[in-house]
Unconditional design. Structure first.
Length: 165
């Protein structure tokens, strides 16, 4: 355990960091070109149709707006620090923020697993020598599922790397 002086030094540094994050969060979020490019690239449509499970019919659906998604995550994390600043809960802010960001990591891993399953099934389907319309539709729909899950995983990964700037 650290000394009281180390604890106070850490708390002062933490408060300064929280202040910086709170004051500059929105302005920098809208001008950070690299972050915007990362989100825009991850939140693009791979196909105008989306399919989230084998049982679902393909539907016309879109990814969230990249700027709105980035700003939302930044606001949530930043607001979390704002809410607990100068309270007894302040020492837990970093753990809470880590937990929030980690939820994107875990959800991206789940999406990646579903993407891998769809890719395996797609590989199996294309190796089958079947030219029937039913088989062709199944291949097309499995490809849409694979692309949808890839897009979701990439979007979750991009959102995971978002942080108040």
């Amino acid at each position: 355990m650290g000394t009281l002086q180390e604890s106070e030094s850490f708390r002062h540094a933490f408060n300064n960091l929280a202040d910086i994050l709170a004051n500059d969060r929105i302005a920098k979020a809208t001008t950070d070109e690299y972050a915007a490019e990362t989100h825009a690239g991850a939140l693009i449509e791979h196909n105008e149709l989306a399919k989230l499970t084998y049982m679902d019919e393909p539907v016309f659906n879109q990814m969230p707006d990249p700027d709105q998604a980035r700003a939302a995550v930044e606001l949530i994390v930043g607001t979390l620090f704002d809410v607990v600043r100068d309270t007894i809960m302040e020492e837990h802010a970093q753990c809470l923020a880590w937990g929030f960001v980690n939820s994107f990591h875990m959800t991206a891993r789940l999406a990646e697993g579903r993407e891998d399953d769809a890719a395996k099934k797609l590989g199996e389907l294309v190796r089958i020598n079947n030219t029937s319309e039913i088989h062709t539709v199944e291949v097309e729909e499995t490809q849409i599922l694979c692309q949808t899950m890839q897009g979701c995983r990439e979007a979750l990964e991009a959102m995971r790397t978002t942080h108040p700037t």
